[in-house]
Design a binder for this molecule. Sequence first.
Ligand SMILES: N[C@@H](CCC(=O)N[C@@H](CS)C(=O)NCC(=O)O)C(=O)O
Length: 200
Amino acid sequence: MDITLYEAIVSGHAHRVRLFLSLLDLPYQSVVMDMQKGAHKEPEYRKLSPLGQIPTLVDGDVVITDSTAALVYLAKKYGDEKWLPEDPVGAARIQRWLSTASGELFRGPVVARGVKLFGRDYHYDDATMWAGRLLKWMDEELSHRNWLAADHATIADVAMYSYLRVANEGDIDLAGYLAVLGWLERVEDLENFIPMTISK
Ligand SMILES: N[C@@H](CCC(=O)N[C@@H](CS)C(=O)NCC(=O)O)C(=O)O
């Protein structure tokens, strides 16, 4: 096994993959990219990631340039079916949350954090609207279940965790979402959990 993760400490996309590598207890080499200095846009890195995005997972000859794709790859290659069920309904439930992680989670909490933490020129009001819609839905879902997609932790929980844990860095307040807060704690209680670095 020869896994390398190109990552950045502030990146929740990278933390998803780092967290899952840890949950699977897989050894890997970390290459920390200095995004402030534009290391992810250098021609050499773009040979791996044509869009110049963090993270990239490299496993031998295999290169995966998307965080949720990396979760799928790691679950299928190294995990057991528990992390990514094979049956049609189970797999679809997972995909629903992977899509949400790249969709509503990005449009809401990720963009809000980008504005407040990194001064990005995004529409903050749109981001808070999306964050509110997402959190209301998640809180309803999690008020009658412990995990997002099954009766145990799956890659759906891993994909959704990191950016929600640091939502406050985008001034998104989770205080009213008690079921979401309880779920964050359940993820943190998983064996081999590693935290997302808090930046403010
Ligand atoms: N769909 C990608 C998105 C990754 C992403 O947006 N990463 C950010 C860092 S957190 C990035 O590289 N942004 C620079 C860019 O998109 O140009 C994934 O899930 O990995």
